[in-house]
Design a protein around this ligand. Sequence first.
Ligand SMILES: Cc1cc2nc3c(=O)[nH]c(=O)nc-3n(C[C@H](O)[C@H](O)[C@H](O)COP(=O)(O)OP(=O)(O)OC[C@H]3O[C@@H](n4cnc5c(N)ncnc54)[C@H](O)[C@@H]3O)c2cc1C
Length: 385
Amino acid sequence: MDFKISDELESMRKMAYEFAIKNIKPTMEEDEKEHKFRPEIMKKMGDQGMFACLAPEKYGGLELPEGHMAATLMAIEVARVSPSWGLPFNLQMNGPQNVLLKFGTEEQKERYLPGLIAGTSGGCFAITEPNSGSDVASMKTTAVEVDDGYILNGTKTWISGVPYCDCGIVYAMTDKAAKHKGMSAFIVDFKTPGITQRAIHTKLGLFCAPTGEIFFEEVKIPKSALIGKPGQGFAICMTMLNFTRLSSAARAVGVAQSCIEEACKYANEREQFGQPIGQFQMIQEQIGRMSVEHEAAKLLVYKAAWQKDQGINNTLETSMAKYYAAESANFCASEAVKIFGSYGFSSEYPVERFLRDAKSYQIVEGTSNIQKMIIAQFALGYRKA
Ligand SMILES: Cc1cc2nc3c(=O)[nH]c(=O)nc-3n(C[C@H](O)[C@H](O)[C@H](O)COP(=O)(O)OP(=O)(O)OC[C@H]3O[C@@H](n4cnc5c(N)ncnc54)[C@H](O)[C@@H]3O)c2cc1C
């Protein structure tokens, strides 16, 4: 495996960082306080080609040979500046786009992909429900087939992108008795009558990233909204998570990097007992461990991205990267807060926000326990792919 990043990838990485500094950072503190999401930043990301790595040119994409690595490097840089903004970036780049590219009909791709790539249309994916999280197949949302379409009923919660979404991949049961084999995936236009979106305002972090609930009440969608075949939804969902997981891992790497940068800067400035605290061995132990955890997570993430660009099925390595990066980001954020002392407990410095935001990586796209379960199932020989 070649760890050298090509000049083209390096320039995309740099572009994403500079984009975040120029377009996100100036209003970030104010937006975090006001829980404000700015759709205009999505549009600017689209103009910059930041959502275009994977899709073919005919939909507005760039279809880069190293598209997953490019998206990964950009996710790291965006989250390094703003973990909040890493989330919409992940969603737009890896969620509905990937599902449509892999399983969508030509009509679905032509209708939805150009807007998602340009950032003029916001997309989401809706799996989680009030009583169904890790146990995806226990979802209660139904899609009942009628002559000219399906009728959707149910509630989705903790959905990123809501209430700003124009469309989304909605997972619903078309045959409850068949359990996970009775789940189907649909691309749904959120202007369809019967759909309500509502923001969740009680979050711990990621304040500039919208998260909310969607209610489907007797929502009539056409047969052409079905993605793949009836009953293929669970397989589509797992494939999608295999991509969004990588981006979540990348964002965690970005947060860990910022925590180390902030902690080192502070440790060189803050003096106690007549010397910078960075001179104390115990602070060095903390920074040393943070650096190694971060480096290990980053390499796992790079490897998973590289494998995806080679077309290698890497469920195991993606789960390893996601698990390790999530835990590493939480470790680094927690250590950074300790290094800052009481200032680490203050919203005047960014590390308390990193700690709050990093908690999300242990939950989204399958919790850390779920990743460990997948990893152990491979190790024990219970699954092969
Ligand atoms: C910021 C944010 C954004 C999100 N965005 C989206 C989104 O865009 N779309 C979407 O569909 N969902 C989204 N989610 C929801 C997220 O995917 C779920 O919260 C997650 O899958 C866990 O489900 P749960 O919260 O119901 O926890 P539960 O599944 O109820 O788990 C509770 C606890 O039990 C543990 N647990 C559960 N099952 C097992 C098991 N078999 N073995 C060991 N431990 C287990 C879990 O690890 C966890 O610690 C988002 C959540 C957050 C916080």
